[in-house]
Design a protein around this ligand. Structure first.
Ligand code: 1CP
Length: 342
C-alpha cells in the first residue's frame, strides 16, 4: 500500500497530514553543503545522478518526510533546450538571455537527452533507495516563471523584462511559452516514467500578472502541460503551485489542469481555500518560512494555526515557499514533531 502522501492525493483524509518542505534538500543542511562542495558547482550537482540522488535522500534520512523531491532545478529545461546556464557563487543561477527573435531561433525545439537523462537516472536511483511509504516528487517550472529567467538571464525583482516583452512582442513571447510548454510536458512525462509518483509545476512569479495575462501566460500553458502529461500517463498525479496569485487565479489553474493538489503561499486565506476547494483538490501549504526561522512560540502558534484551519480538509503540510538557508535544523524538527503530535 502506498504511503500517506499519495493516499491524500488519491482522496483520503488524515488527522495528521503528510508533510514535506519545498527546498528541503538545500543549504540549511550541513550534509548538503558538504556534497555541494564535492560536486564542484551547482549545475554539476544537478547533473550528477549519484550526488543528486544522495542530496534528495538527505532530508528523508534526517527528518523522515512523507515525500522526497528530486534535486534538480527549474532552469534545467531551458538548459536542455540549449540556453547556457551557470551559477554565480553567492548570487544565483544565470542564463544567457533569450529575449529576441534571433536568440530564440538558436534555441533547440528538442530537449537534449544527455541532460534530461541525468535527472531521470537520479529519479530511478532515488526511487530504488527510498522507503516504500515515501513518495517521490518530480517537477518543472511553469512556462511563465521559466520565461522570466530565460528573458532576463537571471532572477529579477518584478519580472519586468518578461512582462515588457509580452507587451511589446506578444507573438515572440507566445513562441517562447509554447516551446517551454512542449519541453516541460515532455520533461514531466520523462520524470514519471523514471519513477516520480507525482509531479509539481512551480509558478513562482505568477503573482505579478494582471488577470488577462495570468489567464494567457499561466492558466493556459499549465493546463496544456497537464493535458500532455495526462495524454501520456492518464493516471498521473499533479500538483500546481501558482505562487502569489489570488485565489480565483489559483482555482482556475487547478481546475483547468485537473490538478490533484494546489500549493498556496502564506498569504492565502486558508479557510477560504477550504471553502472553495472543498474535496475537489488537496491544498498544500502554507507555513511562512520566516516562522521556521523565528522558532519558539511564534513557530508553534503558526503551525497550530495551519493545522486548525485545514482540520477536516484534504491537506498536505508544507511551507508557503522554500526553506531559507539560515533556518535552524532544530526548528525544522520542532515543526515536524508538532505536526505529527510526537
Ligand atoms: O546550493 C546552492 O547554492 C543552490 C541553491 C539552489 C537549490 C538548493 C538552487 C539555485 N536551486 C536549488 C534546488 C531546487 N530548485 C529545487 C530542489 C528540490 C527541493 O525543493 O529540495 C527546486 C524544486 C527548485 C526550484 C526552483 N529553482 C524554483 C521554483 C521554486 C521556488 O523556490 O520559487 C526557482 C524560482 C528556481 C530558480 C533558482 N535556482 C536557484 C536559485 C537560488 C533560484 C532563485 C533565483 C532567483 O530568483 O534569483
Amino acid at each position: 500500500m502506498s504511503g500517506k502522501f499519495l493516499r491524500v492525493l488519491d482522496g483520503e483524509k488524515f488527522d495528521v497530514p503528510p508533510i514535506w518542505m519545498m527546498r528541503q534538500a538545500g543549504r540549511y543542511l550541513p550534509e548538503y553543503r558538504e556534497v555541494r562542495a564535492k560536486a564542484g558547482g551547482f549545475v554539476d550537482l544537478c547533473l550528477n545522478p549519484d550526488l543528486a540522488s544522495e542530496v534528495t535522500l538527505q532530508p528523508i534520512r534526517r527528518f523522515g518526510f512523507d515525500a522526497a523531491i528530486i534535486f534538480s532545478d527549474i532552469l534545467i529545461v531551458p538548459y536542455a533546450l540549449g540556453a547556457k546556464l551557470w551559477f554565480e557563487e553567492g548570487e544565483g543561477p544565470r542564463l544567457a538571455p533569450v529575449s529576441d527573435a534571433a536568440t530564440f531561433r538558436k534555441l533547440s525545439d528538442q530537449l537534449d537527452g544527455k541532460i534530461t537523462e541525468c535527472v531521470y537516472e537520479a529519479l530511478a536511483r532515488t526511487k530504488a533507495a527510498l522507503p516504500k511509504e515515501t513518495a517521490l516528487i518530480g517537477f518543472c517550472g511553469a512556462p511563465w516563471t521559466v520565461a522570466t529567467y530565460l528573458i532576463a538571464g537571471r532572477g529579477t525583482e518584478d519580472q519586468a523584462p518578461a512582462r515588457l516583452l509580452a507587451m511589446q512582442e506578444p507573438e515572440l513571447f507566445q513562441k517562447i511559452i509554447d516551446r517551454l510548454v512542449d519541453a516541460s510536458g515532455e520533461h514531466l512525462i520523462g520524470q514519471i516514467k523514471a519513477g516520480a509518483d507525482v509531479v509539481q509545476i512551480f509558478d513562482t512569479w505568477s503573482g505579478v500578472l494582471d488577470p488577462a495575462s495570468f489567464e494567457r501566460w499561466c492558466v493556459k500553458p499549465v493546463a496544456k502541460i497537464a493535458g500532455m502529461v495526462r495524454a501520456a500517463v492518464p493516471n498521473a498525479r499533479m500538483i500546481v503551485f501558482p505562487k502569489g496569485a489570488p485565489l480565483n487565479g489559483i482555482e482556475a489553474v487547478a481546475k483547468q489542469s485537473s490538478a490533484n493538489a494546489v500549493g498556496v503561499d502564506w498569504i492565502a486565506d486558508r479557510r477560504e481555500c477550504v471553502v472553495r476547494f472543498g474535496d475537489k483538490f488537496v491544498t498544500q501549504g502554507n507555513l511562512d518560512p520566516l516562522a521556521l526561522i523565528a522558532g519558539g512560540k511564534a513557530l508553534d502558534e503558526a503551525v497550530d494555526a495551519v493545522l486548525a484551519d485545514f482540520k477536516g480538509a484534504r491537506h498536505i503540510f508544507n511551507l508557503g515557499h522554500g526553506i531559507r538557508k539560515e533556518t535552524p535544523i532544530a526548528h525544522v524538527e520542532r515543526m515536524i514533531a508538532r505536526v505529527r503530535k510526537n
